[in-house]
Design a protein around this ligand. Structure first.
Ligand SMILES: Nc1ncnc2c1ncn2[C@@H]1O[C@H](COP(=O)(O)OP(=O)(O)OP(=O)(O)O)[C@@H](O)[C@H]1O
Length: 767
């Protein structure tokens, strides 16, 4: 990609930026080149995003244009938006303003993105300080095209210094690595610079901590014994300075700890949500939402441990490193006593670790069941109310709460024991040393022992705390490792694809081929699809029909790449579906299910669904096609009408038409309607069916339905039973030769005349 011409005396050439090129007509070519059904947003966002994609690819990272979010809609992406996008994808990136002299230093560096004043962009792929030239490539240039030599004057006409640097992150915590304590420590280690600052501040604070006791010792031993006022004044001045330093350093340390805590929190949140979105649908089908949410909530306890207990113990250890030598210096006998008490405290806590772990696991299990019951009740509240199941749900909840309460009580009672046993030892550590110190002072002839005892007592307090804290840390770690286990039970599931960037991104046309495909769901013995083979030519309408449980939806699932562990082949335009990048595949697909979830927000937002580069006019076009425009326009606020989560303010038919508009807005190459019209009232079905031909034009349509009347216009209809293909042909042919199809047809259309006429809702196909 970085092919700088070898001729060093290259003549600078004028620059025509991408935007100018577009205006001059190249833009048409790009628009025509757009992969049908592919990421429409790619071209709409323009050259700046393209430039970023190319530089990222140079560094081996595939950025996803759909994850790009510009701050201001309609304006050009800014350098900081672009840089943020790359950072979110785990790359190192900086948005900067660069001077020409600085550009000349990028002689051998990788390509960088220059943002032109007109919204375009170019790639700087080399520089020659000797000839005062830089080498630029257009974002639309082919990989083997030579870069153009440009001088300062020409560049200044189109560029005012904005650039984005990016490269693969050096110490990037792998997004795919398992979620373990080691992974968390790696995450903390990424904050090495602020941690180092905190360490230095803590070390200095520890030294400052030692000073007041030593000063007290000097006051008692020297000032009081010899009435030295000058020493007292000097010591007062030292104490004042120490206090100021202590206050300032303490303030700075708390600030940095806060920053590190917030950064870790942010990174954890991003990671957890990113992983959650990449879990396969299978996982969500097998685990109640409440359970998943409870497990993930544990991440916040882990964060608190990392930035609270762990960090403060780490800081205390620094303090200990300073204080322990000092107490040994002041009095070794008393120092040994302190250490001996600390060892006994640790041994006591360690003795309880194993039983505590067992009890805590019971708490976790009981809480998980409780959370699952709560989640299930909230999600299924309509059914609970409709069937009057409140008493049963309440009884179940009571039981779960009681179980969780019992487990917590047992854990709390056991956890009380180490606390009870440790408290007297802690007291011995402080008061016992004082008594023994007093005894030693009485027998001391030098007269210095009193001052030393004061100093020792002051420091011993500070030593005892971190030593006990260190032992408690182990106890807390047990709880946190259980929390890590819970979060890991969700986050460490096999992800949908090993990486977002993996896989091919072929141009999708819409030809589908199943060959000898067999697939069984995990935990089932009989295959859901058994040696299924059929072809769907691009741009045709393909119906799938069969009894309940025959495998219709499974075919739709496999097409979406939800399950990939089948045998045989499933090919899209001749490319094995397993090899296709999942996100690319799904961008080429539109799917409408029987029950579609609409998010909280305006109708327009729901149709656009956050896809970048799409506007109200795109939403209107999709709504028109889906037959939704007419009812949206009748609503009080039109496209700005607000829908609540789950869309209670819309009828089933309206919801469904919105879902079709949402699936159509990015102009998918393949549209899958999986029982999309089955639950509609005849009027709504008629509206959708009336638009079906328009919707189908230029794309492959897969219509799964148990209502044969909605499939009669399909080019081919697949009849499936118990996972096996019975026949594939058009409606009239199937009526003639497929007994199961004929039987289904007559069952459903007894009211029609003997000529099996078409239902009014289904329009005739234009010849
Ligand atoms: N997630 C799943 N886990 C296990 N088995 C499943 C799962 N989904 C479907 N099955 C089983 O696979 C078989 C085919 O199911 P599929 O949903 O494809 O049938 P269908 O023809 O779409 O049925 P319906 O018309 O009732 O929706 C059924 O026996 C079903 O029990």
């Amino acid at each position: 990609m970085v092919s700088v011409p070898q001729y060093t005396l290259a003549q600078p050439v004028p620059i025509r930026t991408d935007m100018e090129a577009r205006k001059a007509g190249n833009g048409h070519k790009i628009a025509e080149d757009r992969t049908p059904g592919g990421p429409a947003a790619f071209d709409r966002i323009g050259p700046r995003v393209k430039a970023m994609l190319q530089v990222a690819r140079y560094h081996g990272v595939e950025l996803d244009p759909n994850e790009f979010r510009a701050t201001a809609e309609g304006s050009f992406p800014t350098a900081s938006d672009l840089s943020q996008w790359a950072q979110n994808a785990g790359m190192w990136s900086r948005a900067l303003r660069i001077r020409w002299s600085h550009l000349l230093r990028f002689e051998h560096a990788g390509p960088i993105v220059l943002l032109f004043n007109d919204g375009g962009a170019g790639l700087l792929v080399g520089a020659s300080a000797e000839h005062n030239l830089v080498f630029l490539k257009s974002v639309d240039a082919s990989d083997d095209a030579d870069a153009l030599p440009i001088d300062e004057l020409r560049l200044a006409q189109v560029w005012s210094g904005e650039a984005v640097l990016l490269r693969a992150a050096r110490s990037h915590v792998a997004a795919d690595a398992p979620f373990t304590f080691g992974w968390l420590i790696d995450l903390v280690r990424l904050e090495s610079r602020p941690l180092r600052d905190i360490g230095i501040a803590s070390f200095t604070l520890s030294i400052l901590t030692v000073l007041p006791p030593l000063i007290v010792m000097t006051v008692v031993n020297k000032v009081l014994q010899f009435s030295s006022v000058s020493t007292l004044v000097l010591l007062s001045a030292v104490i004042a300075v120490v206090f100021v330093y202590e206050t300032l350093l303490g303030h700075a340390r708390r600030l940095i700890v806060n920053v590190v805590g917030t950064r870790l929190d942010t990174k954890l949140n991003l990671h957890v949500f990113g992983r959650l979105l990449r879990l396969p649908l299978d996982y969500f089908e097998r685990h109640p939402a409440g359970e998943t949410m409870y497990h993930l909530a544990q991440v916040y306890r882990i964060r608190e441990f990392l930035t609270g207990k762990l960090l403060s113990t780490f800081l205390d250890l620094i303090t200990l490193c300073v204080l322990i030598p000092v107490i040994f210096y002041i009095n070794p006998i008393l120092a040994w006593m302190v250490l001996a008490c600390a060892v006994v405290i640790m041994a006591t806590i360690f003795a309880f670790l194993a039983p505590l772990r067992r009890h805590y696991q019971r708490v976790v299990d009981a809480e998980t069941l409780k959370a699952a019951a709560l989640g299930e009740t909230v999600v299924g509240i309509k059914t609970v109310k409709a069937l009057g199941l409140e008493p049963q749900r309440k009884a179940m909840w009571d039981e779960r709460v009681a179980d969780a309460g019992k487990a917590r009580l047992a854990f709390g009672q056991l956890a009380n024991w180490p606390q009870t046993l440790v408290t007297p030892i802690e007291r011995v550590m402080v008061l016992g040393t004082m008594l023994i110190g007093a005894y030693l002072a009485m027998n001391d002839r030098s007269g210095y022992m009193v001052g030393s005892l004061f100093a020792f007592m002051m420091i011993a307090q500070r030593v005892a705390q971190p030593l006990v804290g260190l032992a408690r840390l182990v106890e807390d770690y047990e709880e946190v490792s259980a929390a890590i286990g819970e979060a890991a039970s969700v986050l460490n599931r096999p992800l949908e694809s090993s990486s977002n960037s993996a896989g091919l991104r072929p141009r999708l046309v819409g030809e589908i081929k199943f060959s000898d495909l067999t697939f069984s769901y995990i935990g089932t013995k009989t295959p859901a699809l058994d040696r299924v083979s059929f072809d769907v030519p691009a741009g045709t309408m393909f119906g799938i029909v069969g009894r309940s449980g025959s495998g219709k939806s499974t075919i739709a699932r496999l097409l979406q790449g939800i399950n990939r562990d089948y045998s045989g082949f499933l090919k899209l335009d001749g490319v094995d579906l397993k090899e296709i990048n999942l996100r690319h595949l799904r961008q080429g697909l539109g799917v409408v299910l029987q029950d579609n979830f609409l998010f909280r927000g305006s109708i327009r937002d729901n149709i656009i669904a956050g896809r970048p580069g799409l506007t109200l006019s795109d939403a209107m076009r999709a709504a028109q096609l889906a037959g939704a425009a007419e009812f949206i326009e009748r609503m009080p606020n039109g496209y700005d009408t607000y829908i609540e989560e789950g869309s209670p303010n819309l009828s089933g038919g309206q919801k469904q038409r919105l879902a079709i508009a949402r699936a159509l807005i990015h102009d998918p190459t393949i549209l899958i309607l999986d029982e999309a019209t089955s639950a509609l009232d005849p009027e709504s079905e008629a509206v959708v069916s009336a638009n079906l031909m328009r919707i189908a034009s230029g794309r492959t349509m897969i219509i799964v339905s148990h209502r044969l009347a909605s499939l009669t216009e399909c080019d081919q209809i697949l009849v499936i039973d118990q996972g096996k293909v019975l026949d594939v042909a058009s409606h009239p042919v199937l009526l003639e030769r497929c007994a199961v199809y004929r039987q289904l047809w007559f069952q459903q259309n007894r009211h029609l005349d003997g000529r099996h006429g078409r239902l009014a809702a289904v329009p005739s196909r234009p010849d």
